[in-house]
Design a protein around this ligand. Structure first.
Ligand code: MEV
Length: 362
């Protein structure tokens, strides 16, 4: 709940085993809403199909291969388009060819394809396989792997937010204190890959549940996110936080976003289709903006808790409800058992059973 993105309200379906993730994202989205909500945009839906070429005794050098690929760019693009006439009819299709030397005996050719609203894995793999045959004939090199790249760095979602300091106050801290502590937490992640991994896990806490609920490939999105986080050669945070001249907290996140709103699972999975209806979104780019916004909200929720009282208190009070239900509590007894467990600081099954039996007897 509480997500306002580019001035529009969204109710966001999430599919995740941990209730506190949903509560935390909704809570942070409310603070972000106090500053006007999220401002987001998406890159065009370009995905990368890779063809590995291996020399294996061929006459041409690796540099010659690049030249041949350049000379035949138009032909290769037309060949890629011929594999998917329906995609071309919908306004998508092959957009560019790029080639790189990886070693004296290995090159790679990228075909960049505009997938429109599809995630595009099947489209890309067909393109890679078809283009590979022609590349082999043109270069004399042998095609190796022909598959999409999950480092979808041409198809990113970008989101930013600005939260007034007052909206962050609480848990015994003033707004400016919370801002300063979150900025320091961001710096920690920027300086230390060990922290950056956990920082990014907190972002993916929000990203994955929406990717899953909408029937998309969360392993692909995870792979892309972490590879993108390491693009400089050292692993870093996907989102960073700063304070602005007015003392507000400003957060920014960008990450590859290979998700679709047509094709794949969506055709057959009623739950995924329902999720898209709940969201009321128009296209894959818009879905990417929503997903990135939930990631940024989840990051803010985690950093605010960590930078103030720590995460265990909030986490345990939600966990206490699950423990109460597991012990057999129903109806209003769930809240009463959970509240007592949390106030005792002992969220164990044995304690829940004891409290429940006492309440039932009284
Ligand atoms: C736990 O699921 C996520 C956190 O570890 C994220 C973070 O440390 O920023 C709380």
């Amino acid at each position: 709940t509480n997500f306002r993105i580019n001035g529009r309200d969204y109710l966001v379906p999430m599919c995740v085993e941990e209730a506190s993730v949903v509560a935390a994202a909704s809570n942070a989205a409310k603070m972000i809403r106090a500053g006007g909500g999220f401002a987001a945009h998406s890159d065009p839906p370009w995905m990368i199909a890779q063809v590995q070429l291996v020399r294996e005794g061929a006459r041409r050098s690796a540099v010659d291969v690049l030249a041949v690929v350049r000379e035949h760019e138009h032909e290769l693009l037309a060949l890629a388009d011929a594999a998917h006439p329906r995609l071309v009819a919908r306004g998508g299709g092959a957009r560019a060819i790029e080639a790189r030397v990886l070693a004296d005996d290995m090159t790679v050719v990228h075909v960049l394809v505009d997938c429109q609203d599809a995630m595009g894995a099947n489209l890309l793999n067909t393109v890679a396989e078809q283009v590979a045959v022609r590349l082999a004939a043109l270069t004399g090199w042998n095609p190796g792997l022909r598959i999409l790249s999950n480092l979808a760095d041409r198809r990113r979602a970008h989101v930013a937010c600005r939260v007034p300091a007052a909206a962050l106050a609480g848990k015994g801290f003033t707004g400016p204190e919370v801002v300063a502590r979150i900025v320091a937490a961001s710096r920690f992640a920027e300086l230390d890959p060990y922290r950056a991994a956990t920082h990014n896990k907190g972002i993916m806490n929000g990203v994955d549940p929406v990717v899953i609920a909408t029937g998309n490939d969360w392993r692909g999105v995870e792979a892309g996110a972490h590879a993108y986080a390491a693009r400089s050669g050292s692993y870093g945070p996907l989102a960073v936080w700063r304070s602005d001249a007015d003392g507000a907290l400003v957060g920014r996140l960008e990450l590859p976003m290979a998700v679709g709103t047509v094709g794949g699972t969506l055709r057959v999975h009623p739950g995924a289709r329902l999720s898209l209806r709940i969201l009321g979104i128009e296209n894959a780019g818009e879905l990417g903006m929503v997903i990135a916004s939930v990631g940024l909200a989840s990051n803010l929720a985690a950093l605010r808790a960590l930078a103030t009282e720590g995460i265990q208190r909030g986490h345990m009070s939600l966990h206490a409800r699950s423990v109460a239900v597991a012990a057999g509590a129903r109806g209003e007894l769930v809240d009463r058992v959970a509240a007592e467990l949390a106030s005792l600081g002992d969220v164990s099954a044995a304690r829940a059973a004891e409290i429940l039996s006492r309440l039932q007897q009284s």
